[in-house]
Design a protein around this ligand. Sequence first.
Ligand SMILES: N[C@@H](CCC(=O)N[C@@H](CS)C(=O)NCC(=O)O)C(=O)O
Length: 273
Amino acid sequence: MIELYHHGSSVCAAKVRWGLVEKGLDFETHYIDILKGEQFDPEYRKLNPKAVVPTLVHDGLVITESTVILEYLDLVFPEKRLTPSDPLEYVKTRYWTKALDEYLHISCGTLTFASAHRHTLRKNLSESELEEFLANTPSDSVTKDWAGRKQQLVAFGFGAPGVAEMVLMYDKYLAEMNSELQVTTWLASDEFGLADVSLTPYVNRIAMLGMSEWWERGRYPFLENWWQRIQGRSTFKSSILDWCPEDLTNDLMTFGSMSWPEVRQILMSAETH
Ligand SMILES: N[C@@H](CCC(=O)N[C@@H](CS)C(=O)NCC(=O)O)C(=O)O
């Protein structure tokens, strides 16, 4: 039996959910609300000591780290592999999943908290609950500095240190995706695969924040075309969008759209320098 511990607005949980569905695997889900602090529950931390989602449990074997989970699933269920076997396509796929783990993921967390999650937390938690929520984040969480970073993002939003750098890092990888998609139909080859599954939630996040202008109007046309094709896949909506609760979807769009001018300003000032 496969069980997935996940959350509706978690990008790394979304990529595992979509991978499972694309591979045609059945799984049971456990919803962990990471905006209410359910990830800090001692029982959950026995499975995932960093107190993050996702966690996969397969026949009693506990696996953490979304990239590792997807690699594991391809090994154990090779009938429909998402990882290409051609060496060049494999290397390109690994490049993307590494870039995501090392850079894109923290850029995405930073943008999401600076623009939307900070408001959702304030809406849903009292001052003391919010303090407790922030204090409960372990020192080794999303990254080594996530506890402090999250605190600053919640307090200062775009005024927190390093936000502009993270927006520009996000942009660097969107630009690279755009270039890659001039060469191949999908991210690592001419077939849809693991790189597409893994990167989709990060592009979807920007769309859910109402910031699609980031790649529109000719800025990243190959990325825009890929994004249209991604949304056209029959499993996309049910695996990714439908798991995000309506109030959270609305918060992402409302608060995200309000933050777009600040993000655009960061992008524009980098272009003029
Ligand atoms: N490297 C981990 C990162 C997991 C991660 O960052 N999860 C986020 C959601 S996307 C989380 O659970 N955050 C909890 C928090 O911010 O307290 C993975 O790929 O599984």
